[in-house]
Design a protein around this ligand. Structure first.
Ligand code: ADP
Ligand code: MG
Length: 209
């Protein structure tokens, strides 16, 4: 089992939306959450990824309690999230969007302005000095260097993503905003997949496809 949600309560201010939700996802399993508009599907995903703090209940990811943890701790731990509204930067290229997706594994770059620095100084080495990583979810502290993905690894991930979504291959250097709705959804998925997550949370996966 990779994820277990037990008796989860969450909402917005005084308004409780989730009233004791239970769910489990096994390794390599695809689970769909189905319900009418306003049922609370997006709220459940936001509570799991940590955008919304649950008021009660348990969320265990790989046997570690994560309820109330922040997304910036959960993404390095292997969770990825594709929000409902297409989460891309339209004025940046497809490749730059994928670089942004990889930035959480490049904390040094994040602190220096991330992709903007890389864009103007593409040959600057990554280096190994950097800020200390936040307390990792459920593990011994890892040095920042362990979180970093190399240029080589990034290129392999990009190849993997263009293998999954061949439409993107010839458009890597085009503005993401100029792509079709379905292609933009592929970019949003690619941004999440670039870190090779253990679990992918996709809100409305077929939107625009
Ligand atoms: N940011 C918010 N503030 C207050 N209420 C919200 C907010 N987001 C969603 N809601 C309410 O929570 C309920 C569930 O919404 P949501 O989880 O988006 O449903 P679904 O994704 O199943 O369509 C709805 O009644 C919605 O109006
Ligand atoms: Mg929704």
């Amino acid at each position: 089992m990779i994820l277990q949600v037990q008796d989860l309560f969450a909402g917005y201010g005084e308004t409780e939306i989730l009233h004791g939700v239970n769910a489990r996802v096994d390794d390599r399993e695809i689970v769909a959450v189905i319900g009418p508009n306003g049922a609370g599907k997006s709220t459940l995903i936001k509570a799991i990824i940590g955008i919304l703090k649950p008021s009660r209940g348990s969320i265990r990811f790989r046997d570690v309690e994560i309820a109330g943890r922040n997304p910036e701790d959960l993404v390095p731990a292997g969770l990825a999230y594709v929000p409902q509204n297409r989460n891309i930067f339209p004025s940046m290229t497809v490749l730059e969007n994928l670089e942004i997706g990889a930035i959480t594994r490049r904390p040094g770059w994040l602190h220096m302005g991330g992709a903007l620095v890389r864009r103007y100084l593409p040959f600057l080495p990554g280096g190994s000095v950097g800020p200390k990583a936040p307390d990792p979810v459920g593990g011994t502290p890892r040095p920042v260097t362990g979180l970093r993905i190399s240029e080589e690894e990034f290129r392999q991930r990009v190849d993997h993503i263009t293998g999954l979504f061949p439409n993107l291959e010839p458009k890597l250097r085009q503005r993401a905003g100029a792509l079709s709705g379905g292609e933009q959804q592929m970019v949003a998925l690619g941004k999440a997949l670039v870190l090779d997550p253990a679990m992918l949370l996709i809100d409305e996966p077929s939107a625009g496809l």
